[in-house]
Design a protein around this ligand. Structure first.
Ligand SMILES: Cc1ncc(COP(=O)(O)O)c(C=O)c1O
Length: 416
């Protein structure tokens, strides 16, 4: 086994954090979602495609802050634009012109965008979309598929959510049109919307690129039963294509949601959609929040979009990601690892197959070896390629995955 990392400061800070905040850190960032005691918890800084923890360990980061960091850390051009806006002011009782500029740009980029509402987080806009759909349709039931955030209507761990709210959301299986149609029929008079991530990315399971005809089939069902169709593009936006998965796969929803990569880490999100539905917000449907109009993130988003277009980031990322997935397949074949390589080129992933009764130990050891060698990835969430990952970073990450797999299979071989 490789040598354990020095995580002394991280672990001490975590002890303090637990006194101050329930669980110390929130959600998926909690240590048990990695390998407890092996992964850092507190970071000091990031640069390009790397992060550095408080103990000085440097990692190639392929979690990319769970998606926002599409370019890299310390993007000077974006930071300079933000600093300039800071000097003008960015938090007012009214709005600034950059709101129009960004909204216009989104309308031009995204096929389903005729009007836009800007917010801050992914959960903000998935909830805005659902409220629009309920307000417009005067119906209540939501058919959902995928992770859509932490709000009451969709949270996966339902503690604290009244049963009546939980009962109004029904989950369907990604990729299975029959299941969707069954759920529609079961709730026929009351379906307000179908909300789906256009690429399937269930937690801890392989990522599923849309099967042939699937998104078209979802669109057709929504049309047949006159249900509003929402694409949750929080992860796929600006990554699968500048106009989202809807552009790449050629299926246009009624409303869609963008966040994460939109401003390379600055908190901003967008609910975009057809005028017919969005205009309900002029009358019956109310949304407002003190910080939604703040302009720093809008400026950051404009600059991020400039760089994405100028450096043809999506194209480059797909080319590199295609190669990366092929290399992962080679590692699987050459080591005989019981894993599934999945994902789409900008979002690669491997999951451990339930090949025998030590598959969990195998997974834990693999991720221990990986982090000790300096690659930051997560067992239960797919990974991302960032534009500032150098070719060397990507090659090194593959080397680490290969070595870690070989080491793991020495301890937990697969019995033939
Ligand atoms: C597909 C999807 N939708 C919505 C969300 C919620 O976004 P946020 O965490 O910014 O509230 C996420 C977050 O991971 C997501 O992946």
């Amino acid at each position: 086994m490789s040598k354990a990392l020095n995580l002394e400061k991280s672990l001490a800070l975590f002890e303090k954090a637990k006194e101050l905040s329930p669980g110390g850190v929130l959600g998926i960032r909690r240590p048990y979602n990695f390998v407890q005691g092996e992964y850092p918890i507190f970071l000091e800084r990031g640069y390009d495609g790397h992060i550095v923890d408080v103990d000085g360990n440097d990692y190639i980061d392929m979690l990319c802050a769970y998606g926002p960091v599409i370019l890299g850390y310390e993007e000077k051009e974006i930071n300079e634009a933000v600093k300039e806006q800071m000097d003008k002011g960015f938090c007012f009782s009214l709005v600034q012109e950059v709101q129009n500029q960004l909204e216009q740009r989104l309308v031009e980029l995204i096929p389903s965008a005729e009007m836009v509402v800007l917010a801050k987080t992914g959960s903000d806009v998935t909830s805005i979309a659902v409220r629009i759909a309920r307000g417009y349709s005067k119906k209540n039931t939501i058919l959902r598929c995928g992770y859509h955030g932490w709000h009451d209507w969709c949270v996966e761990n339902p503690g604290g959510v009244p049963q009546v709210i939980q009962d109004l959301t029904k989950e369907f299986e990604y990729g299975d049109l029959e299941d969707l149609e069954r759920k529609i029929k079961e709730n026929l008079d009351d379906v307000a919307c179908i909300i789906v991530t256009p690429v399937g990315h269930p937690t801890a399971l392989p990522v599923i690129a849309p099967p042939e005809g699937y998104l078209e089939g979802v669109r057709a069902l929504a049309d047949r039963y006159k249900i509003i169709l929402i694409f949750d593009e929080i992860r796929t936006g600006f990554r699968v294509a500048m106009g989202g998965a809807q552009e790449r796969y050629g299926v246009t929803p009624d409303i869609s949601l963008f966040g994460k990569a939109m401003a390379n880490g600055y908190p901003i999100s967008a609910c975009v959609g057809k005028k017919e539905y969005m205009k309900i917000m002029e009358s019956e449907v109310f949304v407002s929040s003190t910080f939604f109009p703040n302009s720093l993130e809008m400026v950051a988003s404009m600059k991020t979009l400039d760089i994405l277009e100028r450096e043809k980031v999506v194209e480059v990322m797909w080319e590199r990601g295609t190669w990366y997935l092929e290399e992962l397949e080679k590692i699987k074949a050459e080591t005989g690892a019981p894993v599934t390589v999945s994902g789409i080129p900008p979002m690669p992933y491997i999951t451990f197959d339930k090949a025998d009764d030590v598959y969990k130990q195998r997974r834990t050891l693999f991720f221990t070896e990986v982090i000790r060698r300096g690659l930051f990835i997560q067992p239960y969430h797919h990974w991302y390629i960032a534009h500032r990952h150098t070719d060397e970073d990507l090659k090194r990450s593959l080397q680490i995955i290969r070595e870690s797999m070989e080491e793991t299979l020495k301890v937990y071989p697969v019995k033939k």
